[in-house]
Design a binder for this molecule. Structure first.
Ligand code: MG
Ligand code: ZN
Length: 215
């Protein structure tokens, strides 16, 4: 009889997520749930984004990790509005944790909120946080098979970031295979190739600025 319990947890999560979404949409804050494995470069992408857009937009970041405030410390050097959520043993963020983090931010002056999810390709996909869009992130160092092996990351994403393109000459990564698998799973999803470490993130910035006009 475990299944009804799981359903209730997800139902409660969806109710809290709806409250988050209402609160954020009322204030016209574009909210993204950035999902990707540990080490794919989520924090590096946010650092590069803050360097490029930090003086144009009011940006806040909610950073999820099991433990430590290392990501939050990196981001706080570039952004005054950073909240860390330590999830303990939990491998994803839920809407209630995000709700508590929202209470720590001044939402009245915000343009963009990015929620950096826990590094994990599986359950973050299933939890609505109240975001406008889920963004899936992979890195070429993870291999070209990740979309095929983690299809829900792709099908649920409004955009797909492929990071560490500077490593392409050094790793076995078939771009044609990667593109074909993504296109099969989610034909129209934008594929944004970047090198966060080098600050080469134009496709991501273009998508982000266009997404601000949509919700
Ligand atoms: Mg991180
Ligand atoms: Zn999880």
């Amino acid at each position: 009889m475990d299944i009804p319990v799981v359903e209730n947890v997800l139902k409660l999560n969806d109710e809290v997520a709806a409250l988050n979404r209402q609160q954020l949409r009322e204030r016209h804050i574009l909210t993204l749930d950035l999902m990707g494995s540990a080490g794919c470069g989520k924090t590096a992408l946010l650092e590069a984004t803050l360097r490029r857009l930090g003086d144009k937009l009011h940006i806040a970041v909610i950073a999820g990790d099991l433990t430590t405030t290392r990501d939050a410390q990196r981001l706080a050097a570039l952004c005054p509005r950073v909240v860390q959520i330590n999830t303990g043993r939990s491998c994803h963020l839920d809407a209630n944790q995000v709700r508590q983090a929202l209470a720590r931010l001044d939402l009245n002056a915000l343009d963009l909120l990015v929620i950096e999810n826990v590094g994990n390709l599986i359950c973050p996909v299933g939890f609505d946080l109240g975001q406008d869009f889920k963004v899936a992130m992979f890195a070429v160092s993870e291999g070209d098979d990740k979309p095929a092996k983690h299809p829900y990351m792709v099908t649920e994403a409004a955009a797909l970031v492929l990071n560490k393109t500077d490593l392409l000459p050094h790793v076995p990564f078939k771009m044609d295979q990667f593109r074909a698998d993504v296109a099969y799973l989610h034909p129209r999803v934008p594929l944004l190739t970047v090198s966060a470490l080098r600050g080469e993130i134009e496709p991501w910035l273009d998508w982000l600025l266009a997404a601000r006009k949509k919700p």
